[in-house]
Design a protein around this ligand. Structure first.
Ligand code: NAD
Ligand code: MG
Length: 395
């Protein structure tokens, strides 16, 4: 078998780093051809020196002017390019077979789209691709004959359980959620939480954006929408349950009442490896379940009053159209503002709720219209102010 030639979009992040570890474990199976990062030149330079891929891209066009001189790298075979068009060219290059999309946020959509257009294999961590444009992305996948393999652990679990069977035999899927650092807290306890507290995830080590999404449970809302389009499920077929150990990555309940689950310790190397080697299963670098230490797995219902994001997920999955693009963009900006200290934790979901409810809804948007909805929601979220409660009268 010739090695599969791989490109990683967003190679310097948490999923990107784990993907590199998986590739390193299977040197006969994979050849790393290209890497992208946004503007972290130092991190990318390390990767260039270590892997010497054919292509390296910094997607932020500004990064060209700020790039330091590449001392000691002139002898390397790596070509460095700049800007989003370079990413497009990389993805379409004839000697790339599989693209791992590990970019965070709506910025990942363009790369996903380009891979799917070429009919190649897309290993997708960037759930925002499906949240923003699920129906168009799935239609494109079908039309081009591309393969779309999920890396996000919950859809990967469902994908592994279904093993390419259709969803006709499925009654429901149950997405598990760790509950994040604020599980068990009530709403009033969350009014003043700091970015530092919200970034302290109990089970997963991830980039800052998805870590905040896990604290608000917006991550589960995004995954409800992701699963709806990826598997063609009706929103009412998607349930959520809290599971603080993050060992069961999802359940599938079949029509006859039988329930199958996928279990493994919280380690993204496994779903990454599964997508890359699919459908093969080989010993790899991911942590294995320590059966001798296992005592119990616990589950609880999500507190939807404290974490209203989940309801918003179902609503967006039900309404479709422009709702996903607006939800995602509003959330990205709200998370940025929370991390910058200009928005309170509980306001993150409020912004998203307000903008999904008030936006000019289009039930069947084109890609251009979705990108316009994304821009609209970004501008609105950037200037959104929480409603001030009327002051109590002076006594
Ligand atoms: P991260 O912040 O650690 O890394 C993000 C990567 O994207 C970096 O390489 C960065 O250079 C690049 N990037 C950032 N902005 C960009 C832009 N505007 N254009 C192009 N590239 C850009 O993020 P992460 O935690 O690795 O998450 C990546 C994706 O995977 C997200 O969609 C996330 O929801 C999903 N995901 C992550 C995990 C996890 O364990 N980290 C689990 C499931 C799903
Ligand atoms: Mg997930």
């Amino acid at each position: 078998l010739p090695p599969r030639r791989v490109a990683i979009l967003g190679a310097t992040g948490s999923i990107g780093t784990n993907t590199l570890k998986v590739l390193a474990a299977f040197p006969q199976r994979f050849r790393l051809m290209g890497l992208t990062a946004h503007n972290n030149w130092d991190a990318l330079k390390k990767l260039i020196l270590q892997h010497q891929p054919k292509w390296c891209i910094l997607t932020d066009p500004e990064s060209q002017s700020t790039m330091p001189t590449i001392s000691g790298m002139a002898h390397l075979k790596t070509n460095v390019y700049f800007g989003p068009d370079a990413l497009n060219k990389l993805v379409r290059a004839a000697d790339i077979d599989i693209v791992v999309n590990a970019i965070v946020g709506a910025a990942g959509l363009q790369g996903s789209w380009a891979v799917l257009e070429t009919g190649k294999t897309l290993a997708l961590a960037n759930k925002e691709t499906l949240v923003m444009a699920g129906p168009l992305v799935m239609a494109l996948t079908k039309k081009s004959g591309a393969r779309l393999l999920p890396i996000d652990s919950e859809p990967s679990a469902i994908f592994q359980i279904l093993a390419e069977r259709g969803v006709e035999s499925v009654e429901r899927v149950v997405l598990t959620a760790s509950g994040g650092p604020f599980r068990g807290k009530k709403r009033d306890a969350l009014a003043k939480v700091t970015p530092e507290e919200a970034l302290r995830h109990p089970t997963w080590k991830m980039g800052p954006k998805i870590t905040i999404d896990s604290a608000t449970l917006m991550n589960k809302a995004l995954e409800i929408v992701e699963a709806r389009w990826l598997f063609g499920l009706r929103p009412e077929q998607i349930a959520v349950i809290l599971h603080p150990e993050s060992i069961v990555h999802s359940f599938v309940e079949f029509k006859d009442g039988s329930v199958l689950a996928q279990l493994s310790p919280p380690d993204m190397q496994l779903p990454i490896q599964y997508a890359l080697l699919h459908p093969e299963r080989l010993p790899g670098p991911a942590k294995r379940l320590a059966w001798e230490d296992l005592r119990g797995l616990t589950f609880e219902q999500a507190d939807q009053e404290t974490f209203p994001a989940i309801q918003l997920g179902w609503e967006v999955a039900r309404r479709g159209g422009t709702c996903g693009a607006v939800l995602n963009a509003a959330n990205e900006i709200a998370v940025e503002r929370f991390l910058a200290g200009t928005l309170a934790f509980l306001d993150i979901v409020d912004v998203c709720h307000a903008l999904v409810a008030s936006h000019p809804f289009n039930p069947e948007p084109t890609l251009t219209e979705l990108l316009a909805a994304d821009r609209w929601a970004r501008e609105e979220a950037a200037r959104w102010q929480p409603r001030k409660l009327p002051r109590p009268p002076k006594s």
